[in-house]
Design a protein around this ligand. Structure first.
Ligand code: SAH
Length: 331
């Protein structure tokens, strides 16, 4: 059955479906069937912009491992895309004495079979395995990283209409998908004006709870994504196709559908940890991206290319501010 037919079926059963159900069906289909990343894809992520991104994350992981007593650990990446970040992380840390030997296993959590295959060809490590869901992993003391994973998880949307909230759904009119609103059983306790939208991602909170278990008492996690701190009261649901914003309800399955990440709600899950939200630009500068850029130029890299990549990753009008890093460290 085609994706469109499947959605129509679901909608005809219930009259409409909520936004989270829509994303739950569409997002995995997209990652399985499309070529999301790169110039020819729909969007470019930080690891695809420059090797420096994965290298800085590698240094962060090694620093944590060193500070916590150089114990054995499991290195986990969720939603690793093409495998570029993990490959750069491993290459960038190979000269840190004892670090690779302390990685008991690498676990890649990935739903897309097509991307699993890409990762298999790119990440060379003796003990590496793949899971569909982090829940399947039976291990504590993990260092968990994810870049642009949480934005792919389903959200619910509630809109304030005439003083009360309704849930945003997707319905069908004359064979075309459209946004509709449905009454909800109990009103939300949120201060916003009529027309304001509140977004909630139960899936993100559930996933963060699982990450929390896997960190245990010695591990750490980095959650990197575009998002906001505190409620935005507007819709952040978006679709990207060939590097341009696209109508969420058109050519469904051919565009990348995401929502901005609610960092404050995610950070709350890690109440018993040190959990800081830092703009991506500050994070990368703190971990030495400037020195690394200078080193790459000294070693013969094209200075223009390096400067462009650096600007893209750290400048406030590019990825530096909108993208945030939630840094979680066991106390
Ligand atoms: N981290 C990569 C890719 C980001 S795109 C990068 O920065 O380039 C999102 C990734 O998350 C893809 O690999 C996608 O297949 C994966 N993904 C989406 N939903 C997922 C889920 N529920 N479980 C595991 N992986 C998921």
């Amino acid at each position: 059955m085609s994706l469109k037919a499947l959605l129509k079926n679901l909608i005809s059963l219930n009259g409409s479906i909520p936004v989270d159900k829509f994303m739950e069906v569409v997002v995995p289909y997209y990652y399985q069937n499309s070529k999301p990343f790169g110039k020819k894809g729909d969007f470019i992520t930080a690891p695809e912009v420059s090797q420096m991104f994965g290298e800085m994350i590698g240094i962060w992981c090694a620093n944590h491992w060193f500070n916590k007593g150089q114990n054995k650990f499991t290195l986990v990446e969720i939603g690793g895309g093409n495998g570029t970040l993990m490959a750069d992380l491993l290459r960038g840390t190979k000269n840190i004495k004892g670090f690779h030997d302390s990685i008991e296993q690498i676990v890649m959590v990935e739903i897309s079979q097509a991307l699993k295959e890409k990762q298999k060809s790119k990440i060379l490590f003796s003990n590496i395995c793949w899971y569909n869901d982090l829940k399947e992993l039976d291990s504590e003391n993990c260092i968990v990283i994810c870049n642009e994973f949480f934005d792919a998880l389903p959200i619910k949307q509630f809109i304030k209409e005439q003083g009360g909230f309704k849930e945003v759904h997707i319905g069908l009119k004359d064979d075309e998908f459209e946004f509709v609103t449905k009454s909800i059983s109990s009103d939300l306790d949120e201060l916003c004006r009529d027309g304001g939208i509140v977004e909630k991602s139960e899936s993100s909170i559930r996933y963060a709870e699982v990450i929390k278990q896997k960190i245990g008492s010695k591990g750490a996690a980095l959650i990197i994504d575009y998002g906001y701190i505190g409620p935005s009261y507007k819709s952040t649901l978006q679709a990207l196709k060939s590097h341009k914003f696209h109508n969420v309800l058109k050519e469904i399955g051919e565009a990348d559908i995401t929502a901005h990440v609610d960092f404050k709600s995610l950070a709350k899950v890690f109440d018993s940890f040190k959990a800081d939200i830092i703009p991506q630009g500050d994070f990368l500068i703190r971990w030495g991206i400037m020195a690394r850029a200078a080193m790459l130029i000294d070693n013969g890299a094209d200075p223009k290319e390096i400067h462009e990549a650096l600007a893209r990753l750290i400048n406030n009008d590019q990825m530096g501010q909108l993208f945030k890093v939630l840094e979680i460290i066991s106390l």
